[in-house]
Design a protein around this ligand. Structure first.
Ligand SMILES: Nc1ncnc2c1ncn2[C@@H]1O[C@H](COP(=O)(O)OP(=O)(O)O)[C@@H](O)[C@H]1O
Ligand SMILES: [Mg+2]
Length: 369
């Protein structure tokens, strides 16, 4: 048997399952404070009380969903009259889709897709909760997607005030906001009844990413399949792009690329090729989460790459009539989502003109827009 060539029936993966998108890692480092905060907020349900509502925020790929699911799994064992539900608002992005999902979980019946209103499904869901004496712990994951249709406030408001209209109803809400947070504000009808425990998930430091990726490598691959230098190459991608999901996806794809070459170990080239072939997927996923004004501004930047902020604002204002403050917010948002770089050019009136540049190729962005 050759030492360097992988035989057709051999694999580099010790346990490929840990690289799947919905895998919940056993070892979840650097998030102890956040896990504790979620756990203590939910703990009252064990004693029959209402949980404390939570507002979780942070950029994509910082462990928000995983943290909630870990605590769900942990607490679920102690109670049997509590329904733990997570609704993914990126998939269920309207109030009707959200309530349909809750209704189905609470009643066990699939609701009709049309001919019923949000209100009537909401009524029936609450009645069922009261009748069965069950409580609901609901996570609205990536609730920012409900802001695009302006449905977030109504959903939150209905849930938070349900106990007033349906005596005996007990609901705890965990709202998970991806990204900037400040940009999405609930209206005062919501904030007057939503006094949550606020839990932040900051971006991981380089060394933390290294630790997480390293741990995943040890679980997924046989020893020595991924040399430290190749691991760091992947960590660099994650650090640049800001989303751990991309790193875990790269591990899987790079491993498969190496297998295809019948190699016993993964190289930098395997990683680069994996990134090239999945790049569009990641860019599109990130662009999908922008709202329509953010997309319009991004399109303007695609049409005028390397443009001064002042000139860009002029075009934006002509096209949308929005003012400078709003424009500036959108620029920050595109910067936070890593679509653009902002450079001080040393030119312009005060030598401080900002130059707006795309981080990825205009043609890739156009394919996703
Ligand atoms: N501290 C961590 N340790 C191990 N894996 C992590 C950690 N944080 C995030 N991950 C992994 O990164 C990916 C993205 O995490 P996720 O919880 O989906 O992030 P978010 O909900 O914030 O977008 C998942 O595959 C998750 O397993
Ligand atoms: Mg998530």
């Amino acid at each position: 048997m050759s030492k360097d060539i992988l035989l057709w029936d051999e694999t580099l993966f010790k346990n490929a399952e840990v690289l799947e998108i919905d895998h919940i890692p056993e070892h979840f480092a650097y998030r102890d404070n956040q896990l504790q905060a979620i756990k203590y907020s939910l703990k009252p349900v064990i004693n029959g009380m209402n949980p404390i509502n939570c507002l979780i925020s942070g950029p994509p790929g910082t462990g928000k969903t995983t943290a909630v699911m870990k605590i769900y799994n942990e607490i679920q064992e102690y109670v049997d009259d509590v329904i733990f539900l997570k609704v993914n608002c990126q998939i269920d992005s309207t109030r009707f889709a959200v309530i349909s999902r809750i209704y189905k979980q609470v009643t066990g019946v699939t609701p009709p897709t049309s001919g019923v209103s949000f209100r009537s499904l909401f009524d029936k869901t609450m009645d069922s909760l009261v009748e069965n004496d069950s409580r609901l712990v609901l996570t609205l994951d990536d609730i920012n997607y409900l802001f695009y249709e302006n449905h977030a406030d109504e959903v939150m408001y209905s849930l938070l005030r349900a106990h007033e209209h349906y005596p005996g109803v007990k609901i705890g809400v965990i709202a998970v906001v991806s990204d900037t947070g400040a940009f999405y504000q609930f209206d005062t009808k919501v904030t007057s009844v939503f006094l949550p425990e606020e839990i932040e998930f900051p971006r991981y430091e380089y060394s933390e990413l290294q630790g997480i990726i390293d741990d995943r490598i040890k679980n997924a691959f046989y020893p020595d399949v991924i040399p430290a230098e190749v691991r760091d190459h992947i960590v660099q991608y994650v650090d640049d792009l800001g989303d751990l999901r991309i790193g875990i996806d790269l591990l899987k794809r790079a491993g498969l690329n190496a297998e295809k070459r019948a190699s016993r170990f993964v190289t930098r080239d395997d990683v680069d090729n994996a990134y090239e072939s999945s790049k569009l997927l990641h860019i599109c996923r990130s662009i999908r989460s922008l709202n329509s004004n953010e997309k319009n501004l991004l399109r303007l930047i695609v049409d005028n790459n390397n443009i001064y902020a002042g000139n860009l604002y002029k075009s934006f204002h002509e096209a949308t009539e929005h003012g400078y403050t709003y424009f500036y917010k959108l620029i920050n948002r595109l910067y936070a989502a890593r679509h653009i770089d902002v450079e001080f050019s040393g030119q312009g009136k005060r030598g401080r003109s900002r130059l707006i540049k795309l981080k990825t190729s205009p043609s890739d962005i156009l394919k996703c827009l």
